[in-house]
Design a protein. Structure first.
Lengths: 425, 75
Protein backbone atom coordinates (compact mmCIF):
# COMPACT_ATOMS: atom_id res chain seq x y z
CA UNK A 1 0.00 0.00 0.00
CA UNK A 2 1.37 3.47 -0.84
CA UNK A 3 2.18 6.14 1.69
CA UNK A 4 -0.66 8.30 0.37
CA UNK A 5 -3.16 5.46 0.74
CA UNK A 6 -1.92 4.78 4.28
CA UNK A 7 -2.32 8.45 5.10
CA UNK A 8 -5.86 8.39 3.73
CA UNK A 9 -6.75 5.36 5.86
CA UNK A 10 -5.19 7.00 8.89
CA UNK A 11 -7.13 10.19 8.22
CA UNK A 12 -10.36 8.25 7.73
CA UNK A 13 -9.88 6.51 11.08
CA UNK A 14 -8.91 9.73 12.83
CA UNK A 15 -12.06 11.42 11.49
CA UNK A 16 -14.25 8.49 12.55
CA UNK A 17 -12.66 8.37 16.01
CA UNK A 18 -13.17 12.11 16.41
CA UNK A 19 -16.85 11.53 15.65
CA UNK A 20 -16.92 8.63 18.13
CA UNK A 21 -15.66 10.74 21.00
CA UNK A 22 -17.82 13.67 19.90
CA UNK A 23 -20.86 11.42 20.37
CA UNK A 24 -19.53 10.19 23.72
CA UNK A 25 -18.91 13.69 25.02
CA UNK A 26 -22.22 15.00 23.66
CA UNK A 27 -24.13 12.26 25.50
CA UNK A 28 -26.71 13.59 27.93
CA UNK A 29 -27.69 10.64 30.15
CA UNK A 30 -30.64 10.91 32.55
CA UNK A 31 -31.93 8.35 35.03
CA UNK A 32 -35.60 8.58 34.11
CA UNK A 33 -37.57 5.54 35.29
CA UNK A 34 -37.75 2.02 36.65
CA UNK A 35 -39.80 -0.35 34.52
CA UNK A 36 -40.78 -4.00 34.44
CA UNK A 37 -38.21 -5.84 32.33
CA UNK A 38 -41.04 -7.67 30.57
CA UNK A 39 -42.13 -4.38 28.99
CA UNK A 40 -38.79 -3.84 27.24
CA UNK A 41 -37.60 -7.41 26.66
CA UNK A 42 -40.60 -8.13 24.47
CA UNK A 43 -38.69 -10.17 21.90
CA UNK A 44 -36.86 -12.30 24.46
CA UNK A 45 -37.48 -16.02 23.81
CA UNK A 46 -39.19 -17.92 26.67
CA UNK A 47 -37.05 -18.97 29.62
CA UNK A 48 -34.12 -16.86 28.44
CA UNK A 49 -31.69 -15.42 30.96
CA UNK A 50 -29.53 -12.43 30.11
CA UNK A 51 -26.07 -12.52 31.67
CA UNK A 52 -22.94 -10.42 31.84
CA UNK A 53 -20.17 -10.62 29.29
CA UNK A 54 -19.92 -12.19 25.86
CA UNK A 55 -21.98 -15.30 25.02
CA UNK A 56 -21.35 -18.34 27.20
CA UNK A 57 -23.02 -21.75 27.32
CA UNK A 58 -24.06 -23.51 30.53
CA UNK A 59 -21.23 -26.04 30.28
CA UNK A 60 -18.61 -23.24 30.20
CA UNK A 61 -20.15 -21.08 32.93
CA UNK A 62 -18.15 -20.45 36.10
CA UNK A 63 -19.46 -21.34 39.56
CA UNK A 64 -20.99 -18.00 40.60
CA UNK A 65 -22.64 -17.59 37.18
CA UNK A 66 -24.22 -21.01 37.55
CA UNK A 67 -25.31 -20.15 41.07
CA UNK A 68 -27.00 -16.98 39.88
CA UNK A 69 -28.65 -18.75 36.94
CA UNK A 70 -30.22 -21.36 39.19
CA UNK A 71 -31.33 -18.67 41.65
CA UNK A 72 -32.96 -16.46 39.04
CA UNK A 73 -34.71 -19.48 37.46
CA UNK A 74 -36.33 -20.16 40.85
CA UNK A 75 -37.20 -16.45 41.23
CA UNK A 76 -38.90 -16.48 37.83
CA UNK A 77 -40.88 -19.58 38.75
CA UNK A 78 -39.30 -21.60 35.93
CA UNK A 79 -37.81 -24.08 38.41
CA UNK A 80 -39.08 -25.37 41.75
CA UNK A 81 -35.63 -25.55 43.33
CA UNK A 82 -31.98 -24.80 42.65
CA UNK A 83 -31.39 -28.47 41.88
CA UNK A 84 -34.33 -28.46 39.51
CA UNK A 85 -32.95 -25.33 37.81
CA UNK A 86 -29.53 -26.91 37.40
CA UNK A 87 -31.06 -29.94 35.71
CA UNK A 88 -33.08 -27.68 33.40
CA UNK A 89 -29.99 -25.71 32.41
CA UNK A 90 -27.99 -28.86 31.73
CA UNK A 91 -30.87 -30.23 29.63
CA UNK A 92 -30.97 -27.09 27.48
CA UNK A 93 -34.34 -25.96 28.84
CA UNK A 94 -32.97 -22.52 29.72
CA UNK A 95 -31.47 -20.19 27.12
CA UNK A 96 -28.72 -17.65 27.66
CA UNK A 97 -27.94 -14.36 25.94
CA UNK A 98 -25.61 -11.45 26.76
CA UNK A 99 -27.18 -8.36 28.32
CA UNK A 100 -25.51 -6.20 25.70
CA UNK A 101 -27.61 -7.83 22.96
CA UNK A 102 -30.78 -6.40 24.54
CA UNK A 103 -29.72 -2.90 25.52
CA UNK A 104 -28.94 -4.01 29.07
CA UNK A 105 -25.95 -4.32 31.38
CA UNK A 106 -25.55 -6.09 34.70
CA UNK A 107 -22.78 -6.19 37.35
CA UNK A 108 -20.80 -9.39 38.04
CA UNK A 109 -23.11 -12.29 37.03
CA UNK A 110 -25.50 -9.69 35.61
CA UNK A 111 -28.76 -11.64 35.76
CA UNK A 112 -31.54 -9.89 33.82
CA UNK A 113 -34.91 -11.60 33.36
CA UNK A 114 -38.46 -10.50 32.51
CA UNK A 115 -39.71 -10.67 36.11
CA UNK A 116 -37.31 -8.02 37.43
CA UNK A 117 -37.53 -4.24 37.48
CA UNK A 118 -34.90 -2.35 35.49
CA UNK A 119 -33.62 1.18 35.88
CA UNK A 120 -33.82 3.23 32.70
CA UNK A 121 -31.16 5.69 31.58
CA UNK A 122 -32.08 7.82 28.59
CA UNK A 123 -29.44 9.54 26.50
CA UNK A 124 -31.36 12.69 25.62
CA UNK A 125 -28.80 13.84 23.07
CA UNK A 126 -29.46 10.78 20.90
CA UNK A 127 -32.81 9.42 22.13
CA UNK A 128 -31.55 5.91 23.04
CA UNK A 129 -32.15 4.09 26.32
CA UNK A 130 -30.19 1.53 28.34
CA UNK A 131 -31.22 -0.65 31.27
CA UNK A 132 -29.76 -2.15 34.42
CA UNK A 133 -31.27 -3.96 37.40
CA UNK A 134 -31.19 -2.26 40.81
CA UNK A 135 -28.06 -2.84 42.88
CA UNK A 136 -28.88 -5.37 45.59
CA UNK A 137 -26.50 -4.00 48.21
CA UNK A 138 -23.57 -5.70 49.86
CA UNK A 139 -23.12 -9.12 51.44
CA UNK A 140 -24.86 -12.18 50.05
CA UNK A 141 -26.26 -11.09 46.69
CA UNK A 142 -27.07 -12.67 43.34
CA UNK A 143 -24.53 -10.65 41.39
CA UNK A 144 -21.80 -12.55 43.26
CA UNK A 145 -23.56 -15.88 42.78
CA UNK A 146 -25.77 -15.86 45.89
CA UNK A 147 -29.05 -17.72 45.44
CA UNK A 148 -30.61 -18.61 48.80
CA UNK A 149 -33.96 -17.48 50.22
CA UNK A 150 -32.50 -14.24 51.61
CA UNK A 151 -31.16 -13.31 48.16
CA UNK A 152 -34.41 -14.16 46.36
CA UNK A 153 -36.53 -12.33 48.97
CA UNK A 154 -34.50 -9.16 48.44
CA UNK A 155 -35.00 -9.35 44.67
CA UNK A 156 -38.75 -9.82 45.24
CA UNK A 157 -38.78 -6.71 47.43
CA UNK A 158 -36.86 -4.75 44.79
CA UNK A 159 -39.38 -5.94 42.21
CA UNK A 160 -42.60 -5.53 44.16
CA UNK A 161 -41.93 -2.52 46.39
CA UNK A 162 -38.70 -0.57 45.94
CA UNK A 163 -38.54 -0.60 42.13
CA UNK A 164 -42.07 0.72 41.56
CA UNK A 165 -41.56 3.39 44.24
CA UNK A 166 -38.25 4.53 42.74
CA UNK A 167 -39.81 4.59 39.27
CA UNK A 168 -42.71 6.75 40.49
CA UNK A 169 -40.29 9.14 42.19
CA UNK A 170 -38.17 9.49 39.04
CA UNK A 171 -41.24 10.17 36.92
CA UNK A 172 -42.50 12.69 39.47
CA UNK A 173 -39.23 14.65 39.44
CA UNK A 174 -38.66 14.37 35.69
CA UNK A 175 -35.50 12.28 36.05
CA UNK A 176 -31.98 12.92 37.32
CA UNK A 177 -29.32 14.35 34.97
CA UNK A 178 -26.23 12.17 35.41
CA UNK A 179 -23.45 14.04 33.63
CA UNK A 180 -23.22 16.72 36.30
CA UNK A 181 -23.65 14.13 39.04
CA UNK A 182 -20.59 12.22 37.77
CA UNK A 183 -18.59 15.45 37.47
CA UNK A 184 -19.32 16.22 41.10
CA UNK A 185 -18.67 12.67 42.25
CA UNK A 186 -15.19 12.78 40.68
CA UNK A 187 -14.40 15.84 42.79
CA UNK A 188 -15.53 13.89 45.89
CA UNK A 189 -13.32 10.85 45.43
CA UNK A 190 -15.47 8.44 43.41
CA UNK A 191 -14.27 6.59 40.32
CA UNK A 192 -17.78 5.06 39.89
CA UNK A 193 -16.74 1.42 39.81
CA UNK A 194 -15.40 0.33 43.19
CA UNK A 195 -16.16 3.65 44.87
CA UNK A 196 -19.63 5.15 44.49
CA UNK A 197 -20.18 6.54 47.97
CA UNK A 198 -20.30 10.18 46.85
CA UNK A 199 -22.57 9.60 43.86
CA UNK A 200 -24.86 7.30 45.87
CA UNK A 201 -25.18 10.02 48.51
CA UNK A 202 -25.74 12.78 45.96
CA UNK A 203 -28.36 10.65 44.25
CA UNK A 204 -30.11 9.93 47.55
CA UNK A 205 -30.22 13.65 48.28
CA UNK A 206 -31.99 14.29 44.99
CA UNK A 207 -34.33 11.31 45.21
CA UNK A 208 -35.47 11.69 48.81
CA UNK A 209 -38.03 14.49 48.37
CA UNK A 210 -39.58 12.81 45.32
CA UNK A 211 -39.73 9.44 47.09
CA UNK A 212 -41.52 11.16 49.99
CA UNK A 213 -44.00 12.81 47.63
CA UNK A 214 -45.00 9.62 45.83
CA UNK A 215 -45.06 7.27 48.83
CA UNK A 216 -48.21 6.78 50.89
CA UNK A 217 -46.57 4.29 53.22
CA UNK A 218 -44.16 5.67 55.81
CA UNK A 219 -42.57 2.30 56.52
CA UNK A 220 -42.01 1.56 52.82
CA UNK A 221 -40.47 5.01 52.41
CA UNK A 222 -38.23 4.55 55.43
CA UNK A 223 -37.05 1.16 54.17
CA UNK A 224 -36.39 2.57 50.70
CA UNK A 225 -34.35 5.48 52.04
CA UNK A 226 -32.51 3.19 54.42
CA UNK A 227 -31.72 0.80 51.56
CA UNK A 228 -30.22 3.57 49.41
CA UNK A 229 -28.42 5.16 52.34
CA UNK A 230 -26.97 1.83 53.44
CA UNK A 231 -25.52 0.87 50.08
CA UNK A 232 -22.38 2.71 48.99
CA UNK A 233 -22.58 0.94 45.62
CA UNK A 234 -26.21 1.89 44.90
CA UNK A 235 -25.02 4.22 42.15
CA UNK A 236 -22.88 1.58 40.39
CA UNK A 237 -25.81 0.15 38.43
CA UNK A 238 -26.92 3.67 37.48
CA UNK A 239 -23.40 4.43 36.22
CA UNK A 240 -23.44 1.21 34.22
CA UNK A 241 -26.72 1.97 32.47
CA UNK A 242 -25.35 5.45 31.86
CA UNK A 243 -22.19 3.99 30.30
CA UNK A 244 -24.24 1.77 28.00
CA UNK A 245 -26.47 4.72 27.01
CA UNK A 246 -23.38 6.81 26.19
CA UNK A 247 -21.63 4.10 24.16
CA UNK A 248 -24.51 2.72 22.09
CA UNK A 249 -24.66 5.75 19.73
CA UNK A 250 -21.04 4.96 18.80
CA UNK A 251 -21.85 1.32 17.96
CA UNK A 252 -21.60 0.62 14.21
CA UNK A 253 -19.71 3.82 13.38
CA UNK A 254 -17.78 2.99 10.19
CA UNK A 255 -14.04 3.52 10.31
CA UNK A 256 -13.84 3.95 14.09
CA UNK A 257 -11.42 1.85 16.13
CA UNK A 258 -12.91 2.99 19.44
CA UNK A 259 -14.02 0.32 21.92
CA UNK A 260 -17.78 0.30 22.62
CA UNK A 261 -17.86 -2.41 25.30
CA UNK A 262 -15.51 -4.19 27.68
CA UNK A 263 -17.24 -7.11 29.38
CA UNK A 264 -16.59 -10.41 31.16
CA UNK A 265 -18.62 -13.48 32.05
CA UNK A 266 -16.21 -15.21 34.47
CA UNK A 267 -14.94 -17.45 31.67
CA UNK A 268 -14.19 -15.09 28.77
CA UNK A 269 -13.36 -11.43 28.42
CA UNK A 270 -15.03 -9.79 25.42
CA UNK A 271 -14.66 -6.46 23.67
CA UNK A 272 -16.70 -4.76 20.97
CA UNK A 273 -15.42 -2.07 18.60
CA UNK A 274 -17.39 0.74 16.94
CA UNK A 275 -16.75 -0.16 13.30
CA UNK A 276 -17.30 -3.87 13.96
CA UNK A 277 -20.83 -3.50 15.36
CA UNK A 278 -22.01 -6.30 17.64
CA UNK A 279 -19.13 -8.72 17.01
CA UNK A 280 -17.36 -9.98 20.12
CA UNK A 281 -13.60 -10.50 20.33
CA UNK A 282 -12.88 -12.79 23.24
CA UNK A 283 -10.05 -14.38 25.20
CA UNK A 284 -9.89 -16.24 28.51
CA UNK A 285 -10.60 -13.80 31.32
CA UNK A 286 -7.87 -13.08 33.83
CA UNK A 287 -7.81 -13.33 37.61
CA UNK A 288 -7.92 -9.97 39.40
CA UNK A 289 -4.96 -8.98 41.56
CA UNK A 290 -6.35 -7.63 44.76
CA UNK A 291 -7.05 -7.79 48.44
CA UNK A 292 -9.24 -10.38 50.10
CA UNK A 293 -11.70 -10.13 52.95
CA UNK A 294 -10.62 -11.87 56.19
CA UNK A 295 -10.72 -15.63 55.81
CA UNK A 296 -10.35 -15.67 52.01
CA UNK A 297 -7.38 -15.95 49.65
CA UNK A 298 -6.80 -15.97 45.91
CA UNK A 299 -7.44 -19.71 45.98
CA UNK A 300 -11.11 -18.87 46.67
CA UNK A 301 -11.40 -16.35 43.84
CA UNK A 302 -13.28 -16.64 40.58
CA UNK A 303 -11.83 -15.04 37.43
CA UNK A 304 -13.22 -11.63 36.64
CA UNK A 305 -16.80 -11.05 35.50
CA UNK A 306 -19.48 -8.43 34.87
CA UNK A 307 -20.66 -5.84 32.37
CA UNK A 308 -19.49 -3.21 34.85
CA UNK A 309 -16.38 -2.44 32.80
CA UNK A 310 -18.71 -0.33 30.68
CA UNK A 311 -17.77 2.42 33.16
CA UNK A 312 -14.11 2.05 32.16
CA UNK A 313 -15.26 2.20 28.52
CA UNK A 314 -16.53 5.74 29.13
CA UNK A 315 -13.43 6.83 31.07
CA UNK A 316 -14.36 6.04 34.67
CA UNK A 317 -13.39 3.21 37.05
CA UNK A 318 -9.72 2.31 36.60
CA UNK A 319 -9.37 5.13 34.06
CA UNK A 320 -10.43 7.67 36.71
CA UNK A 321 -8.29 6.20 39.50
CA UNK A 322 -6.59 9.58 39.92
CA UNK A 323 -9.85 10.93 41.33
CA UNK A 324 -10.12 8.18 43.92
CA UNK A 325 -6.92 7.70 45.92
CA UNK A 326 -9.06 6.18 48.67
CA UNK A 327 -10.03 3.25 46.46
CA UNK A 328 -6.54 2.26 45.37
CA UNK A 329 -5.83 0.64 48.71
CA UNK A 330 -9.18 -1.17 48.67
CA UNK A 331 -8.35 -2.76 45.31
CA UNK A 332 -4.71 -3.40 46.19
CA UNK A 333 -3.41 -1.05 43.52
CA UNK A 334 -0.55 0.50 45.47
CA UNK A 335 -0.04 3.79 47.30
CA UNK A 336 -2.55 6.64 47.20
CA UNK A 337 0.07 8.71 45.43
CA UNK A 338 0.13 6.12 42.63
CA UNK A 339 -3.52 6.73 41.73
CA UNK A 340 -2.77 9.41 39.14
CA UNK A 341 -0.33 7.09 37.37
CA UNK A 342 -3.17 4.75 36.43
CA UNK A 343 -5.11 7.61 34.84
CA UNK A 344 -2.04 8.93 33.01
CA UNK A 345 -1.31 5.44 31.70
CA UNK A 346 -4.85 5.01 30.38
CA UNK A 347 -4.52 8.36 28.60
CA UNK A 348 -1.90 6.72 26.38
CA UNK A 349 -4.51 4.41 24.84
CA UNK A 350 -7.38 6.87 24.44
CA UNK A 351 -8.38 9.45 21.86
CA UNK A 352 -8.98 12.40 24.16
CA UNK A 353 -9.85 13.68 27.64
CA UNK A 354 -13.30 14.53 28.95
CA UNK A 355 -13.73 18.30 29.23
CA UNK A 356 -16.36 18.08 31.99
CA UNK A 357 -15.38 14.98 33.97
CA UNK A 358 -12.15 16.29 35.48
CA UNK A 359 -9.91 15.33 38.37
CA UNK A 360 -9.02 18.18 40.76
CA UNK A 361 -5.93 16.47 42.18
CA UNK A 362 -4.53 16.16 38.64
CA UNK A 363 -4.88 19.87 37.89
CA UNK A 364 -8.37 19.15 36.53
CA UNK A 365 -7.16 16.81 33.81
CA UNK A 366 -10.13 15.18 32.16
CA UNK A 367 -10.65 11.43 32.43
CA UNK A 368 -9.29 9.50 29.41
CA UNK A 369 -12.02 8.89 26.83
CA UNK A 370 -12.27 6.69 23.74
CA UNK A 371 -10.14 3.53 23.96
CA UNK A 372 -8.45 3.05 20.56
CA UNK A 373 -7.63 -0.61 19.84
CA UNK A 374 -4.70 0.51 17.68
CA UNK A 375 -3.08 2.28 20.62
CA UNK A 376 -3.70 -0.70 22.91
CA UNK A 377 -1.94 -3.11 20.52
CA UNK A 378 0.84 -0.66 19.67
CA UNK A 379 1.76 0.25 23.25
CA UNK A 380 0.93 -3.01 24.97
CA UNK A 381 -0.92 -1.00 27.62
CA UNK A 382 -4.11 -2.87 28.49
CA UNK A 383 -7.22 -1.17 29.92
CA UNK A 384 -7.20 -1.28 33.73
CA UNK A 385 -10.44 -2.28 35.42
CA UNK A 386 -11.34 -1.93 39.09
CA UNK A 387 -13.43 -4.90 40.07
CA UNK A 388 -15.08 -6.94 42.80
CA UNK A 389 -13.95 -10.53 43.30
CA UNK A 390 -16.49 -13.33 43.67
CA UNK A 391 -15.95 -16.70 45.34
CA UNK A 392 -15.45 -19.39 42.73
CA UNK A 393 -18.18 -21.54 44.25
CA UNK A 394 -21.85 -20.70 43.79
CA UNK A 395 -23.80 -19.15 46.64
CA UNK A 396 -20.97 -17.63 48.70
CA UNK A 397 -20.61 -14.11 47.35
CA UNK A 398 -17.91 -11.44 47.32
CA UNK A 399 -14.50 -12.29 48.78
CA UNK A 400 -12.46 -9.23 47.82
CA UNK A 401 -11.76 -6.44 45.36
CA UNK A 402 -8.96 -5.86 42.92
CA UNK A 403 -7.63 -4.75 39.59
CA UNK A 404 -7.74 -6.71 36.36
CA UNK A 405 -6.48 -5.94 32.89
CA UNK A 406 -8.19 -6.79 29.63
CA UNK A 407 -6.42 -9.63 27.76
CA UNK A 408 -4.24 -8.50 24.86
CA UNK A 409 -5.61 -11.27 22.61
CA UNK A 410 -9.03 -9.55 22.42
CA UNK A 411 -7.44 -6.42 21.01
CA UNK A 412 -5.17 -8.27 18.60
CA UNK A 413 -8.14 -10.20 17.15
CA UNK A 414 -10.20 -7.02 16.93
CA UNK A 415 -7.33 -5.15 15.24
CA UNK A 416 -6.98 -7.84 12.56
CA UNK A 417 -10.74 -7.76 11.88
CA UNK A 418 -10.76 -3.96 11.88
CA UNK A 419 -7.88 -3.88 9.41
CA UNK A 420 -9.85 -6.17 7.08
CA UNK A 421 -12.80 -3.76 7.12
CA UNK A 422 -10.37 -0.98 6.15
CA UNK A 423 -8.96 -3.05 3.26
CA UNK A 424 -5.65 -3.67 5.02
CA UNK A 425 -4.20 -7.18 5.23
CA UNK B 1 29.96 46.23 16.42
CA UNK B 2 32.10 43.58 17.99
CA UNK B 3 31.41 39.94 17.23
CA UNK B 4 30.89 37.38 19.99
CA UNK B 5 34.00 35.28 20.50
CA UNK B 6 34.20 32.09 18.51
CA UNK B 7 34.36 29.54 21.28
CA UNK B 8 34.97 26.72 18.87
CA UNK B 9 38.36 28.21 18.17
CA UNK B 10 39.02 29.17 21.77
CA UNK B 11 42.01 27.30 22.99
CA UNK B 12 42.92 29.68 25.77
CA UNK B 13 40.74 27.95 28.38
CA UNK B 14 41.87 24.43 29.03
CA UNK B 15 39.75 21.97 31.02
CA UNK B 16 41.25 20.50 34.15
CA UNK B 17 42.04 16.83 33.92
CA UNK B 18 38.99 14.60 34.50
CA UNK B 19 36.34 17.24 33.74
CA UNK B 20 35.29 16.05 30.27
CA UNK B 21 31.71 14.63 30.15
CA UNK B 22 33.01 11.11 29.77
CA UNK B 23 35.47 11.53 32.61
CA UNK B 24 32.81 13.02 34.90
CA UNK B 25 30.81 9.79 34.61
CA UNK B 26 33.49 8.24 36.78
CA UNK B 27 33.89 11.06 39.27
CA UNK B 28 30.36 12.37 39.91
CA UNK B 29 27.17 10.71 41.16
CA UNK B 30 25.17 9.08 38.36
CA UNK B 31 21.54 9.75 37.45
CA UNK B 32 20.49 7.05 34.99
CA UNK B 33 17.64 6.97 32.49
CA UNK B 34 16.80 3.36 31.78
CA UNK B 35 14.75 2.56 28.68
CA UNK B 36 13.09 -0.79 28.14
CA UNK B 37 14.06 -3.68 30.37
CA UNK B 38 13.05 -2.78 33.90
CA UNK B 39 15.46 -5.23 35.49
CA UNK B 40 18.41 -2.92 34.81
CA UNK B 41 16.65 -0.08 36.62
CA UNK B 42 15.77 -2.31 39.56
CA UNK B 43 19.38 -3.46 39.84
CA UNK B 44 20.65 0.13 39.91
CA UNK B 45 17.98 1.18 42.39
CA UNK B 46 19.00 -1.67 44.68
CA UNK B 47 22.50 -0.14 44.73
CA UNK B 48 21.10 3.31 45.61
CA UNK B 49 21.81 4.71 42.15
CA UNK B 50 19.31 7.37 41.08
CA UNK B 51 17.41 5.92 38.14
CA UNK B 52 14.37 6.89 36.10
CA UNK B 53 12.79 3.99 34.28
CA UNK B 54 11.08 4.63 30.95
CA UNK B 55 8.61 1.91 30.09
CA UNK B 56 9.16 1.15 26.45
CA UNK B 57 8.76 -1.86 24.26
CA UNK B 58 8.78 -2.29 20.50
CA UNK B 59 5.41 -1.51 18.91
CA UNK B 60 2.99 -4.44 19.10
CA UNK B 61 5.44 -6.36 21.26
CA UNK B 62 7.74 -6.70 18.26
CA UNK B 63 5.25 -8.69 16.17
CA UNK B 64 6.11 -7.72 12.56
CA UNK B 65 2.67 -8.57 11.13
CA UNK B 66 0.86 -6.45 13.73
CA UNK B 67 3.40 -3.67 13.32
CA UNK B 68 2.66 -3.74 9.59
CA UNK B 69 -1.10 -3.48 10.20
CA UNK B 70 -0.60 -0.62 12.64
CA UNK B 71 1.58 1.25 10.18
CA UNK B 72 -1.04 0.81 7.44
CA UNK B 73 -3.79 1.91 9.82
CA UNK B 74 -2.00 5.14 10.53
CA UNK B 75 -0.74 4.98 14.09
Amino acid sequence: MTGVATMEIGDTIATANAEAVRRMLAGDPWLVDVVAASTILTDLPPRTILHAGPPVSWDRMCGPMRGAVTGIAVFEGWAKSLTDAEAMAAAGELSFEPNHHYGCVGPMTGMTTPGQMLMVVENRAFGNRAYCAINEGLGKVMRFGGNDAEVLDRIRWLTDSFGPLLGAALRQMGGVPLKALIARGLTMGDEMHQRNVACSSLLARQLAPALARVSDDKEALARALSFIGGNDQFHLNVAMAMGKAIMDPVRGLAGSSVVTALSRNGTDFGIQVAALGDRWFTAPVEMPRGLYFPGFTQADANPDMGDSAIVETVGLGGFAMGAAPAVIGFVGGGRASDAALYTRRMREITVTEHPEWTIPAMDHQGVPVGIDIRLVVETGIMPTINTGIAHRKPGIGQVGAGIVTAPRACFVAALVAFAETMGVT
Amino acid sequence: MSQPPDRTQDTTVSQPPGSSPAARLLTEPLCVINVGLEGFAQELASQDVAVVHVQWSPPADGDPQLAHLLAELGT
